[in-house]
Write a protein that binds this ligand. Structure first.
Ligand SMILES: Nc1nc2c(ncn2[C@@H]2O[C@H](COP(=O)(O)OP(=O)(O)OP(=O)(O)O)[C@@H](O)[C@H]2O)c(=O)[nH]1
Ligand SMILES: [Mg+2]
Length: 299
C-alpha cells in the first residue's frame, strides 16, 4: 500500500472576497453558504477532499472584520484561533478592488507566517487583464507569500493551480476523515445554512445579518404514492418585530420565496423530496445575547 498524506488548509481573508465560494469549488460540492452580503459565514466550516493518497482538509472561516456585537466577537475569536493554528493558509483577496487600509493591515499581518498562498480572486471582473499583473505586484510588496495565484472562482479559472500549490505542503500522515466525507457539519446545520443563505439572498440589507435559522423537527416518511419524503420544520429568527413582517412579506410572499428556493436546494443536496415549513420568530437583539448565540450553535 502506498503511503497516505494529508494537508490542512485554512481559508482566510476579508468579508465577501469569495472564501466560501472557493471552499465549495475546491471540494466540488456546495457545503458553505455564499451570498453577496459580507459576513455570511459565522463559524468555521470544514470541507474534506480525498484524492488518491492525499486528504485535503479545508477550513473556511468568517471574514475578518471589526467586532460590532457579541456574535462578531465569537466570529473573530474563531478566525484568530483557526488562523494561528494553520499549517497552510489560503489568504483570499478581491483582486477587482483597490487595496484598502484594512486589507493592507490584514495582509501585512501574515508576513511572519510560513506557507501562505495568496489567492487573488474575482479576476473575471477585469476587462483589462493587465490589471491582474498590477495587483499581483502591489500585493507581493506587502508580504513574502509562498505563491500568489490569480483566479476566478466563479469561472473555475485557476483552481488547478491552487491544488498544485497546496499539494506541495502535503506531508505523510493519516487521513483523519473517512475518504468519502465532504464536511464535518451535521445534517441539521447544513439544512439551516441552506435556508439562511436563501433568506440572505431574498432580503434587503438591514435584516440579513440579524437572521438565524434552526431546524426544529425532521421526519422521514413515505408520501401517498410511497415515495420517501423528508418533513423539515425550521424557525427563522430575526432581531426585531418590525423585521418579522419583512421576512414574511405581503401575504406571506417573501417567506414563500425563501421556502421555495431552500426546498429546491435541500432536495438537490439530500436527494430526497422535501416538505419544508418555515416559521418566523423574534429574538430581540439576539446577536448581543450570549445564551442565544450559544443556542444557535454560534459560540
Ligand atoms: N465576480 C465574481 N464574484 C465572485 C467570485 N467568487 C465569489 N464571488 C461572489 O462574491 C460574493 C461573496 O462570496 P462568498 O463566497 O460568500 O464570500 P466570503 O469571503 O465567504 O464572505 P464572508 O463569509 O461574508 O466572509 C458572492 O456574491 C459570490 O458569488 C468570482 O470569482 N468572481
Ligand atoms: Mg463565507
Amino acid at each position: 500500500m502506498s503511503e497516505t498524506k494529508n494537508v490542512f488548509v485554512t481559508i482566510a481573508g476579508r468579508p465577501n472576497v469569495g472564501k466560501s465560494s472557493l471552499l465549495n469549488a475546491l471540494i466540488g460540492e456546495k457545503i458553505a453558504a455564499v451570498s453577496a452580503k459580507p459576513q455570511t459565514t459565522r463559524t468555521k466550516i470544514t470541507g474534506v477532499l480525498t484524492r488518491g493518497d492525499t486528504q485535503y482538509v479545508f477550513i473556511d472561516t468568517p471574514g475578518m472584520h471589526k467586532a460590532k456585537n457579541k456574535l462578531s466577537q465569537h466570529m473573530i475569536k474563531t478566525i484568530n484561533d483557526t488562523v494561528s493554528e494553520a499549517e497552510t493558509t489560503l489568504l483570499v483577496a478581491d483582486a477587482s478592488k483597490d487595496i484598502s487600509d484594512a486589507e493592507r493591515t490584514l495582509v501585512s499581518g501574515f508576513s511572519k507566517r510560513a506557507n501562505v498562498i495568496l489567492v487573488l480572486n474575482k479576476i473575471d471582473l477585469f476587462d483589462d487583464k493587465s490589471m491582474v499583473i498590477k495587483r499581483l505586484d502591489e500585493y507581493s510588496k506587502l508580504c513574502d507569500f509562498a505563491e500568489i495565484i490569480p483566479v476566478s472562482v466563479l469561472e473555475k479559472d485557476g483552481l488547478d493551480l491552487i491544488m498544485e500549490a497546496i499539494e506541495k505542503f502535503a506531508a505523510a500522515g493519516p487521513h483523519y476523515f473517512p475518504d468519502d466525507m465532504l464536511t464535518d457539519q451535521p445534517e441539521k446545520v447544513i439544512m439551516a445554512e441552506i435556508i439562511r443563505e436563501k433568506a440572505l439572498n431574498c432580503l434587503n440589507d438591514e435584516i440579513p445579518h440579524g437572521i438565524a435559522v434552526t431546524i426544529e423537527r425532521l421526519n422521514e416518511r413515505d408520501d401517498r404514492s410511497g415515495e420517501p419524503i423528508l418533513d423539515i420544520d425550521a424557525n427563522i429568527y430575526c432581531e426585531r418585530d418590525s423585521h418579522k413582517g419583512i421576512v414574511i412579506g405581503k401575504g406571506g410572499s417573501m417567506l414563500k420565496k425563501i421556502g421555495a428556493d431552500a426546498r429546491e436546494e435541500l432536495e438537490e443536496f439530500f436527494r430526497i423530496k422535501v416538505n419544508l415549513q418555515c416559521w418566523v420568530k423574534v429574538k430581540e437583539g439576539w446577536r448581543n445575547r450570549e445564551a442565544l448565540i450559544k443556542n444557535f450553535g454560534l459560540d
